[in-house]
Design a binder for this molecule. Sequence first.
Ligand SMILES: [Zn+2]
Length: 109
Amino acid sequence: MNKKELPLIIATITYLILLVMCLLMLFICIPLEVTGIEYLIIIFMAVLIIGYLVVALIRMNTYVYKCPHCESFNRMNFIEVLFSKRGNNERKLKCKTCKLTQYMERYLK
Ligand SMILES: [Zn+2]
C-alpha cells in the first residue's frame, strides 16, 4: 500500500461503515414503527449517493492511467470514474492525446 492511496482507503472504509450504520438503523427502526422513518430513508439515500461521489472524486485524484499506444498519462473525468469498464488493475478509457479508447494500466499520481 502506498501513502498516496491512504485517503482513498480511509474514505472507502468510512463510506462502508456509514452504510452499515444506516442499514442497522433502518432494521432497528422499521419493526418499531418509529415516526419519521421516511426521513431516515432519505438520509440513507443521501449518504449512499454523496458517499459514492466523494469516493469517486478521491479516486479520480489518486490515479492516472497510461495509454499503451502513445504512453501519455490520462486522468479520468468524473463520468469515466463512475461508468468506465474496469479490469483488475486497468480501465477502458479514451486517451486525451491520441483519442483511442482502450484498456489502460493504472498508476499512482
Ligand atoms: Zn494515447
